[in-house]
Ligand binder design. Structure first.
Ligand code: FAD
Length: 409
């Protein structure tokens, strides 16, 4: 098994973290992936390894005891993990992005001096939980309506009460349900008119009274994410549960669009994994299969060449956009981010499909990883707010209209 990493980082720290992710992924996560998939169980052992490696603090700033990885480094690490266990990489995204958004991303956003001061105190406590207590955070946003697509206020309501908020509502597809220590819940503040600008982002302890994990989890792919539903009934959280000050999440969504691109690295890793599998298989080197070579057939060579072209196209866009993430990107960078998300999510599944067709029937047996990679790769295009459909929707509209333009006379 080669330890070649997907993309070489350009500084020592990035290289070291990506190499560590590659080692953890190949040695620890890959051998466990089939079991989590079969059982649809959460990769608890992998999280123990991530904690021991300090990765629960990956994007926690160094002055708060974390590893201080930036956006790009996180994306490269996540892609490495995705090569070996999609469900671990996808759920790790929810945890790490909580730190990234609360940390480096929030530093780019406008806040009053009072908001900045209270945010500094509150995030220090959240970071301490991640770094010192090994607490895992998740991001249950989806509700089954238009809110997670960014088109309506969240239906989960936070009512201001003495010393905090009382939360009521339901989240669907809550990855890490039952395994996270804190659910980073997006709610709308209870006012006569519900508005997106009143979105609150609150860390709800999993043990808080009124939190319930409900429903089954038996999906096609990404089974180890255990994305069951969460119900919040009169759940009280104190004011310092805020992960961002009131209104700042909405500002982030408007001004830092690459925050929604962070699911894509997992699928970049899956695309690479499908390609790697194919090369090993055709060379007769795939563990668990007889050492039969199939590489001498021209049809196989052409198929691998096509997969390689598609993989390089995908990776080129991936590498470019993860270096462009910043506050208020220009229009070209914003549109490229949508194009990259669409490309990575769709091509991951397309490359996995080509891998199965090229390797043949024996390669789709559940004893081999390709069958799982194929199913996992199908899920990327479905993830809100940037589903493949909504990326096209945004791209078409924003390419043809400048902000504020309409055709109304
Ligand atoms: C493996 C997995 C893990 C997940 N983990 C999480 C998680 O941790 N946290 C979380 O919050 N969510 C998570 N999700 C949920 C995901 O982000 C979506 O919310 C979910 O897949 C949407 O499913 P739905 O059928 O309710 O979509 P619907 O809302 O019914 O939408 C169906 C499709 O219609 C399109 N669409 C939706 N709204 C609009 C609109 N307003 N205009 C035009 N088109 C629209 C989109 O393309 C969408 O894919 C996860 C999903 C999967 C598959």
């Amino acid at each position: 098994m080669t330890m070649d990493t997907l993309v070489r980082g350009d500084d020592d720290k990035t290289q070291r973290l990506v190499a560590l992710a590659a080692t953890l992924g190949a040695q620890n996560f890959a051998p466990r992936a089939a079991r989590y998939d079969r059982e649809a169980s959460f990769p608890t052992e992998n999280y123990r390894d991530l904690r021991d490696a300090g990765f629960l603090g990956l994007c926690v700033p160094e002055r708060h005891g974390g590893l201080g990885a930036d956006y790009r480094t996180y994306c490269l690490v996540a892609a490495e993990l995705g090569r070996h266990c999609g469900a671990t990489a996808l759920t790790f995204n929810m945890h790490v992005c909580t730190a990234l958004w609360t940390g480096a991303l929030a530093d780019d956003l406008k806040m009053t001096a009072a908001q900045r001061a209270s945010h500094e105190t509150r995030r220090a406590a959240h970071f301490r939980r991640m770094v010192e207590d090994g607490a895992i955070f998740s991001q249950p946003f989806s509700e089954g309506g238009a809110a997670a697509a960014g088109k309506a206020p969240f239906g989960t309501i936070a009512t201001k009460v003495d010393g905090g908020y009382r939360i009521n509502g339901k989240k669907i597809f809550a990855s890490l349900a039952g395994s996270a220590d804190y659910y980073g819940v997006l709610c709308t503040e209870d006012k006569p008119t519900l508005r997106q600008t009143d979105t609150l982002y609150l860390a709800v302890p999993a043990t808080a009274a009124g939190v319930a994990v409900v429903g089954d989890w038996d999906p096609l792919g990404m089974r180890g994410t255990v994305s069951r539903n969460l119900v919040f009934t009169d759940v009280f959280v104190p004011d310092d549960a805020e992960l961002m000050p009131r209104g700042v999440y909405f500002q982030a969504a408007m001004r830092w669009p690459h925050m929604f691109l962070t699911l894509a690295p997992t699928y970049m890793g899956l695309a690479q994994a499908a390609y790697d599998f194919t090369v090993r298989y055709l060379r007769g080197e795939q563990p668990g299969t007889p050492p039969v070579k199939r590489r001498m057939y021209p049809t196989k060579q052409i198929a691998v060449a096509e997969m390689h072209v598609k993989l390089e196209q995908t990776r080129a866009l991936f590498e470019r956009v993860i270096g462009e993430a910043r506050v208020d990107p220009d229009k070209a960078a914003r549109l490229r981010a949508y194009a990259a998300q669409y490309t990575i999510m769709e091509n991951a599944n397309e490359i996995a499909r080509l891998a199965l067709r090229t390797c043949g029937g024996q390669a789709m047996l559940k004893s081999l990883a390709l069958e799982r990679i194929y199913r996992d790769s199908r899920c990327g295009s479905l993830m809100l707010p940037w589903t493949a459909e909504l990326c096209l929707d945004r791209l078409g509209r924003e390419a043809l209209y400048e902000a504020g333009e309409t055709d109304d006379s």
